[in-house]
Design a protein around this ligand. Structure first.
Ligand code: OGA
Ligand code: MN
Length: 217
């Protein structure tokens, strides 16, 4: 056994960042993390997204999964590009290695049984939004955790740019809304089958993110 492997096994409950994520997920079904990726990693992912968008690789998003696709812009107005982990550039490589590290940790410590994942870049032009919804489909309930990481420019604010994520949660039986500014580098993880959420209209600029799901079975 390599010494690093041994270290990992002895140390697998000692990642404070992951432990905070787990605690928050257990307590409130969502977690917001501002230092999951470095500023340099975020910039590289942002450039990768913009590059592929300019190359016309993105397509209009749909509702439902790929078996049940309808383009309904009134519900959802973003453009997306699915990522294939086998064909990644340097920025996406680092992204996936961090995601895989988190998944391994969750599976080891929480027995979550994450077996697969899917991620896409998303770009919301000015005026676009995503109405309140749940991230699970009638014919596919494998999505367990939703993961969003914002790739906006450093001056992004809700007041100027809009596009905030709103999470709907319950507090003592009363519905509460959690507004989340789409700050560059911010990661939001939440229970796909539990928390409804929406993306408010973008007021100015383009709202960029990488979004995905950790799936069971
Ligand atoms: C989604 C979604 C939230 C966000 O793509 O399903 O809800 O903040 N995204 O981009
Ligand atoms: Mn969603």
């Amino acid at each position: 056994m390599e010494s690093t492997e041994l270290f990992e096994q002895l140390d697998f409950r000692e990642n404070p960042l992951y432990e905070t994520i787990i605690d928050e997920l257990l307590e409130q079904q969502y977690s917001i993390i501002d230092n999951f990726f470095s500023a340099k990693e975020i910039l590289a992912l942002r450039q990768s997204l913009l590059h592929k968008y300019e190359d016309d690789c993105f397509k209009k998003s749909a509702i439902g999964n790929r078996v049940n696709e309808n383009i309904i812009t009134e519900i959802r107005g973003d453009f997306i590009l699915w990522l294939n982990e086998t064909y990644t550039n340097d920025a996406e490589n680092i992204f996936f290695s961090k995601i895989n590290d988190l998944v391994n940790y969750l599976n080891k410590t929480c027995f979550l049984g994450i077996l697969s994942k899917e991620f896409h870049y998303a770009l919301y032009p000015k005026g676009k939004y995503y109405q309140r919804h749940l991230d699970t489909f009638q014919n596919d309930d494998r999505r367990k955790l939703s993961f969003v990481c914002y790739l906006n420019d450093e001056h992004w604010t809700t007041a100027n740019n809009g596009g905030e994520l709103v999470i709907y949660t319950h507090n003592n039986g009363k519905e509460t809304t959690i507004p989340v500014t789409a700050l560059p580098g911010r990661v939001v993880i939440f229970e796909s089958q539990v928390l409804e959420h929406e993306v408010k209209p973008v007021l100015q600029g383009e709202r960029l993110s990488i979004t995905g799901w950790l799936k069971t079975r």
